[in-house]
Design a protein around this ligand. Structure first.
Ligand code: R5P
Length: 312
């Protein structure tokens, strides 16, 4: 086993505590604060010279969290850490992984450049919006998924009579097929058109959902617009119930009340993004055990894919 220490950004102390508990490690001393104008400051309060460090980094918005990551990586590099492994459960800007209009940015690529230029050596992340993002990085990425945790929950808590999986867009088809291969059930897909970010203009369900217990699987839920509209349509087309599993609970805007007031029976998210409050029809499954296993496998030079592949 390779020796290493675990540190956490200011926004990630709670998940780091769970991960450290599972790994039987103590959390290293990392101090961060803000100048009065908001400028971010970070400092390691113990020596990391020649060490491998694992940096727990939940970097959802505001952008200061992301900036704290860049600055902390830089501080680690300047403090002579040997290797800097960043655990970034939710990679922000993943929806902008291609130029979708003539004069738009590919900001997922820009984020990759910032992280690499800061000095990161490796990333562990969960359920990337698109696996093509991995190609933006020259450093290795260990991409793990919530599939097994969600499948276990579907089997034990939902126990659906008449399960039909549903992907809210064509981009999620590969993910749905992985679930289908294990759950051995029917599937449907929604053809979705967007006019603007976060605004779905049109949806069409492909597949028969009448009388089915539909389970929507998505990588993320932001405003909840996609999910609530999909649930309404599925119920209109005769679905018996609609549940949803989304790895990253961004939940911006009025997402929580939108979901509470929708036809969704229950939404299950992970804690890849820290949340103070969950809606009444929401539940959280921690990704900490998976992250701890990924770190442990990595440090033992054991296959990460093997423990994380979708299995029955
Ligand atoms: C889109 O491709 C994603 O997989 C999600 O469906 C989408 O980002 C969710 O956004 P919102 O909740 O704002 O509709």
């Amino acid at each position: 086993m390779q020796p290493y220490s675990v540190f956490a950004l200011s926004h990630s102390k709670q998940i780091a505590e769970s991960v450290c508990h599972l790994l039987r490690k103590r959390q290293g001393q990392l101090f961060s604060t803000r100048f009065s104008d908001g400028e971010v400051y970070a400092r390691f309060d113990e020596s990391i010279r020649g060490e491998t460090i694992v940096l727990m980094a939940q970097v959802d918005l505001p952008y200061t969290n992301l900036f704290e990551l860049f600055i902390t990586i830089d501080a680690a590099r300047r403090a002579s850490a040997k290797e800097i492994i960043c655990v970034i459960p939710y990679l922000p800007h993943s929806r902008q992984e291609r130029k979708d209009d003539a004069r738009s940015s590919v900001s997922a690529r820009l984020i990759a450049d910032f992280i690499e230029h800061s000095g990161a050596d490796r990333i562990i992340t969960i359920d990337m919006h698109s696996t093509s993002i991995e190609g933006f990085y020259k450093i290795p990425i260990d991409h793990i998924s919530m599939n097994n945790e969600f499948i276990r929950h579907i089997r034990t808590s939902l126990q659906p009579d008449n399960l039909c999986l549903c992907s809210p867009d064509f981009g999620g088809l590969k993910r749905i097929k992985q679930y289908k291969s294990v759950l051995n059930c029917e599937m449907s897909v929604i053809h979705k058109e967007r006019l603007h970010p976060n605004q779905v203009s049109n949806m069409e369900i492909i597949g028969d959902v009448k009388g089915k217990d539909v389970v929507i699987i998505d990588d993320m839920i932001d405003t909840g617009g996609t999910l609530c509209k999909a649930a309404d349509m599925l119920l209109q087309q005769g679905a018996q119930s609609v549940h949803a599993y989304c790895t990253h609970g961004v939940l911006s805007d009025d997402a929580i009340s939108r979901i509470e007031n929708s036809g969704i029976h229950k939404l299950i998210i992970s804690d890849s993004i820290p949340r103070q409050y969950l809606g009444q029809n929401m539940e959280q499954i921690s990704c900490a055990p998976m992250l701890a296993s990924a770190i442990d496998h990595l440090m033992r030079n054991k296959s990460v894919k093997q423990f994380n592949q979708t299995h029955s």
